[in-house]
Design a protein. Structure first.
Lengths: 111, 116
């Protein structure tokens, strides 16, 4: 069955460092992949979308890579700040337009 | 431009009662999706609707759950005879109809349902 895996352990990093989060998937060939941010008690907020024919996408301090051979996406936040602390969700499109989400990785950026 | 709106934000029901969750999509969006998030779990797709049509309900439980998106008014997710296991956060998302196959979904703040 289709499966999306994100590191379930929280990622703790120091302010100013680069945070790297991983999303792996199996039994699936998505046309695109999305990353969302979710704060406690709130809905997911869309960050970036990357298509299968794109290797890399950037937006300000965010960078996403998409390797369809490895079936993996990496999400980077450079010059991280305490305000970046949140749970980050990886999502793949399936069927008509539904999203399959990973369980998310909690990021904590310490001053 | 207001985002996706959901109400109520918090809903408490006793076992056996009905829960009605409402979702107003972003202006100009004609596609609505409902997801459920159980504590410490990821979001799970429930149903995808366009105006007056259910496109994909593969994630909806077969019993007690129903959804609609009428021509006028918000989308409604209805849960009849709620049980404790229905306690969760229910999120609605909407997207525009661009036809390009990469419609980004924008999420509302969610309704947190607690069943006593």
């Amino acid at each position: 069955s289709q499966k999306i895996e994100q590191n379930s352990e929280a990622l703790n990093i120091q302010e100013g460092k680069t945070a790297t989060l991983t999303c792996n998937y199996t039994n699936y060939s998505p046309a695109y992949l999305q990353w969302y941010r979710q704060d406690p008690g709130r809905g997911p907020v869309f960050l970036l979308l990357i298509r299968e024919n794109e290797k890399e996408k950037r937006k300000e301090r965010l960078k996403v890579t998409f390797d369809t051979t490895l079936k993996q996406s990496l999400f980077h936040i450079t010059a991280s700040q305490p305000a970046d602390s949140a749970t980050y969700l990886c999502a793949l499109r399936s069927g008509y337009n539904k999203l399959i989400f990973g369980a998310g990785t909690r990021l904590a950026v310490h001053p | 431009n207001a985002g996706v709106m959901q109400n109520p934000r918090h809903l408490v029901r006793r076992r056996g009662q009905e829960a009605r969750l409402r979702c107003s999509p972003m202006k100009g969006h004609s596609h609505v999706y409902w997801y459920r998030q159980l504590p410490e779990e990821g979001l799970k797709f429930m149903v995808y609707l366009q105006k007056e049509n259910i496109i994909d309900e593969s994630g909806m439980p077969k019993e007690r759950f129903s959804a609609e998106f009428p021509k006028e008014g918000p989308s409604i997710l209805r849960i009849q005879q709620v049980v404790r296991g229905d306690s969760a956060a229910y999120f609605c998302a909407s997207s525009p109809h661009t036809g390009g196959g990469t419609d980004t979904q924008y999420f509302g703040p969610g309704t947190r349902l607690t069943v006593l």
